[in-house]
Design a protein around this ligand. Structure first.
Ligand code: SF4
Ligand code: SF4
Length: 155
């Protein structure tokens, strides 16, 4: 589910407003689009993938994160390299390349956001995290989570 737009990174191109299939965003004058209808988000990642500024974060979860969740903490997400990371892993953007080998494509399909729901409604990355498995490059690393936030329903 869409959780944040970085005002620092956003270039006001408004591409995300056009790309969202469920009209989650609202245009604002001289400001990043507003997440006006978060409840309509389908967690399709299209906005994050298309954002040319790596300014968006779609959390691998189906419910809105709590205000204090790491999923809404821009500085921690940025420091962990999460903002725009799925776009980067797909190879979108200048100087990037998409997966070229079967193994690279398989790794992305298995672990990337949008890989499909895991057990108990969790996304694949969340499920891997719950199992204590190493997360792929670009996924939310355990070290990025605040103490006590690991493995809870509010991730
Ligand atoms: S696509 Fe990215 S840069 Fe463009 S308006 Fe949306 S958040 Fe801002
Ligand atoms: S993840 Fe998909 S449905 Fe959700 S805000 Fe982005 S484009 Fe819209």
């Amino acid at each position: 589910m869409i959780e944040l737009i970085s005002a620092e990174r956003c270039t006001l191109c408004d591409l995300c407003v056009d790309i969202c299939p469920t009209d989650v965003f609202e245009l604002r004058e001289n400001a990043p689009p507003a997440i006006a209808r978060q409840e309509d988000c389908q967690t399709c990642y299209m906005c994050e993938i298309h954002c040319p500024a790596d300014a968006m974060y779609v959390a691998p979860r189906r419910e809105p994160a709590a205000e204090e969740s790491v999923h809404r903490d821009e500085s921690r997400l940025a420091a962990a390299g999460i903002l725009g990371s799925f776009r980067a892993r797909l190879g979108w953007g200048k100087g990037r390349r998409p997966p070229r080998t079967f193994d690279e494509a398989l790794a992305l399909a298995r672990t990337g956001p949008g890989a499909g729901p895991g057990p108990e409604g969790m996304s694949a990355p969340d499920a891997a995290h719950e199992r204590g498995e190493a997360l792929p490059q670009g996924a939310l690393p355990q070290g990025a989570l605040p103490h006590g936030d690991e493995g809870t329903a509010d991730r």
